[in-house]
Design a protein around this ligand. Structure first.
Ligand code: PLP
Length: 396
């Protein structure tokens, strides 16, 4: 027999005052979502069947689709990405991956691993993918599947031409997979209208639920491809036809993450109550407020203005200041968490779901400015806060 290890209780490990989660995810969750997440029920049976039925109805609204093929997955946003890839990409399938950063490349990596013949369209740093470049690749490479992130969280780039790109790809008969992990429900993403074949999202970003339970929507056309697939996907857990058992036939695939599903039901319910129109307006108002505040302080936003992502705001680290130190100081002294980045010299502040509340913005902007000042940057905190106030007021 081994002896039990000596560890602390979870309560003594957590910070005494919770941190305000203003990074690139996970984001704060509403109280009712946290409450739903504290319940365990049977993963099968009448109650769960009703919950799943409603979740699909709400998800159709959030994805803006009439497709029946909504599925969930016990896993991170990446699992939903992998589920879309491994059910639509087969050995030898030509895949065009639009890459604006880390997550665009993750799609390419996943497609390569299932045997896809992958070509990357590498977009210059800080820019959105251009329709002409996509057209050139479609024309020459004739991909059967195209992958793209609507919002590239890693580089804070917004693929503003997404609707033109997805419609163009459809003209070429290409199946389009869109990563909307950080954008879904924060800005328009119209699956049917834009001719998208699979939209993937995670729980802990735009939807403001917990991490670990994700959603995916396939078009009818994608579902036909899945039904006619020449090989079974290599990942048993991510097999869409097996997931159909739970998500459409009220039967067993694997034990569903019941608490996380209840949390996600509540998060979707809150979105439906708010309505997408109101929610988009709130996100835009708050993100622009933050951006104007950052600039008025004397800091610089990352990237070209037209391709700046509102859901995750990238701020250029001033010369002579260490990125990691900013994130550490703002957390220690002001109890606000923000994100660094993979490679670029920026820090990132999220504007997803519950992050888009005026009181969080004021606290975060003040904390950012004060931290920069503490570290020796020349910033005008008061001017920034005033600009945020003006932008929020003006937008009313
Ligand atoms: C966070 C994120 C992911 C990955 O989600 P995980 O839950 O971390 O797996 C994928 N794509 C985008 C755009 C993201 O922001």
């Amino acid at each position: 027999m081994f002896s039990p290890p000596t560890v602390d209780s979870i309560n003594s490990l957590l910070p005494s005052e919770p941190l305000l989660m203003m990074g690139a995810g996970p984001v704060p969750i509403p109280h009712s979502v946290a409450q739903a997440n504290s319940i365990v029920i049977n993963h099968l049976g009448g109650t769960m069947a009703k919950i799943i039925h409603q979740m699909k109805e709400m998800a159709r609204y959030v994805f803006q689709t009439e497709s029946r093929w909504i599925l969930g997955v016990a896993g991170p946003g990446s699992a939903a990405m992998e589920m879309s890839v491994c059910n639509l990409v087969f050995p030898g399938t030509r895949v065009l991956s639009v890459c604006n950063g880390y997550f665009g490349r993750r799609f390419a990596e996943m497609a390569t691993r299932v045997g896809g013949q992958v070509e990357c369209l590498n977009v210059p740093d800080g820019e959105a993918a251009q329709v002409a470049a996509v057209r050139e690749h479609l024309e020459r490479f004739r991909p059967e599947v195209l992958t793209i992130a609507q919002g590239e969280t890693s580089s804070t780039v917004f693929n503003i031409h997404l609707p033109q790109i997805t419609r163009l790809a459809r003209e070429y008969g290409c199946y389009v997979i869109v990563d909307a992990v950080c954008t879904l429900s924060t800005m328009p993403c119209e699956m049917d209208n834009w001719k998208i074949d699979a939209v993937v999202t995670g729980g802990q970003k735009g939807l403001s639920s917990i991490p670990g339970v994700s959603l995916i929507a396939f078009s009818e056309r994608a579902w036909e491809r899945i039904n006619a697939r020449p090989v079974q996907p290599p990942h048993w857990c991510l097999d869409a036809k097996l997931a159909e058992q739970f998500w459409h036939n009220a039967s067993y695939h694997y034990t569903a993450p019941v608490s996380g599903i209840l949390a996600l039901h509540e998060a979707l319910h809150l979105i439906c109550q708010e309505t997408l129109e109101q929610r988009f307006a709130r996100h835009l108002r708050c993100s622009l407020g933050l951006q104007r505040g950052v600039e008025a302080m004397g800091l610089r936003l990352y990237g070209q203005p037209e391709s700046r992502l509102n859901s995750v705001v990238g701020i250029v680290v001033p010369e002579g200041i260490n990125r990691a130190e900013i994130c550490e100081q703002i957390s220690l002294k002001y109890r606000v968490e923000i994100s660094g980045s993979f490679g670029l010299n920026i820090v990132r502040i999220g504007q997803m779901g519950e992050q888009c509340r005026a009181h969080h913005l004021f606290r975060t902007l003040h904390a950012l400015g004060s931290t920069m000042k503490d570290l020796g940057a020349d910033v005008d905190v008061a001017a920034g806060v005033a600009a945020l106030e003006r932008q929020l007021q003006g937008a009313l």
